[in-house]
Design a protein around this ligand. Sequence first.
Ligand SMILES: NC(=O)c1ccc[n+]([C@@H]2O[C@H](COP(=O)([O-])OP(=O)(O)OC[C@H]3O[C@@H](n4cnc5c(N)ncnc54)[C@H](O)[C@@H]3O)[C@@H](O)[C@H]2O)c1
Length: 418
Amino acid sequence: MSSSQPSGRLGILLPGLGAVGSTLIAGVLAARNGLGSPIGSLSQLGRVDPGDGQQRPIRELVDLASLDDIVFGGWDPITPNALEAARTSGVLGAEHLDALSGELEGIVPMDAVFDRAWVSRLDGVRVKSTGGHWASAEALIDDIARFHAEHAVDRVVMVWCGSTEAFSEPCEIHDNLAAFEAALRADDPRVAPSQIYAYAALQSDVPVANGSPNLMLDLPCMVELAESRGVPIAGRDFKTGQTLMKTILAPGLRARMLGIRGWYSTNILGNRDGYVLDDPANFRTKELSKLGVLESILEPDVHPDLYGELDHVVRINYYPPRGDDKEGWDNIDIFGWLGYPMQIKVDFLCRDSILAAPIALDLALFLDLAHRNGSAGVQDWLGFYLKAPQTADDSAPDHDLFHQLGALEAQLLEWRVG
Ligand SMILES: NC(=O)c1ccc[n+]([C@@H]2O[C@H](COP(=O)([O-])OP(=O)(O)OC[C@H]3O[C@@H](n4cnc5c(N)ncnc54)[C@H](O)[C@@H]3O)[C@@H](O)[C@H]2O)c1
């Protein structure tokens, strides 16, 4: 049991104030003002049975920060304020935005640490001109300290809601903290902006979640820094539309011992995220994050006759007329009794950021809870929310949504109060 109660206000800092960031902020303000319900958020609506047969609200079972005590801030190279971001992304309608316009307009992102080499499709104008990685990290550390003081917050967490960066792989500069700091000082081009944010946050004792597929936290240097400072981290990539469906359907098909020969997934989306992902280097980062889930759920090694021949293909197509209302098609070629083939077609007309915003909120609140309970480093139990969950011991993650929910609930019960 825990007794670490939240006191004062919680700052949530978002690198990236685009569709997800602005939908998160507007949604929390709307819920606070009685204009809507935080549907999709386990922290706000979920219930758990602590073992006495009574389902209790998670909000009462553990010491979570209240929505009333949240203060938002962030960084963005383009967005002038949260209202403009919400209007540009077109996720929420006037019925929500008009009532919140004053508050949203007052949330002005700080100048970003941004480099077009990593997001070629965007032309950042609100960018720090610090001259080098090390100075950029120091500038972000200063930003965090100033935010703390100006908004009189008690604690801060960071959730990366920025664009997907170009694909990159871990290399020797990520092997340990000393090597990473040397790379920062040397202005090494292999250091991505998201890594500079992660470094600055962890140095400021700020827990970090990574909502994108970027190589940001799952690096030995970041794990070392998080553990040494006693700060929790969770990544990567919010598990929203198609991958959410995949991790719901695949465990069911496997449970029935039905075979799968192929799973073809394609998406059309027309928001800025889709535009960024239209660049093959950025799509590669996303593709790898999406491809991993089936193998871990189906375990073709254990059932080669059912899943050994599976072709898994993922496509994303940028199609501007669709805006944020993504459409994800799945064609699943399955087979049953005596090998007879069947097909399943899923057409999910989803609203990407409507699914992502509650995930971002839960990650922020649960990381804050973990921090107050002294849990440092990778938080495996938050894999429920992520497409490519990072694990503390680098083992393959469990992608089965229902196993993940069980792990999350078990951890919350460890920290229950009363
Ligand atoms: N929309 C979803 O449901 C969803 C689901 C899973 C993952 N994601 C990921 O979440 C991230 C955000 O998605 P979105 O739909 O809000 O995209 P978006 O394009 O609307 O917003 C991203 C914002 O990040 C900003 N940005 C880019 N580089 C930055 C930097 N270095 N520092 C600060 N800000 C920076 C951009 O200017 C933009 O405003 C993407 O990486 C996306 O792949 C989104």
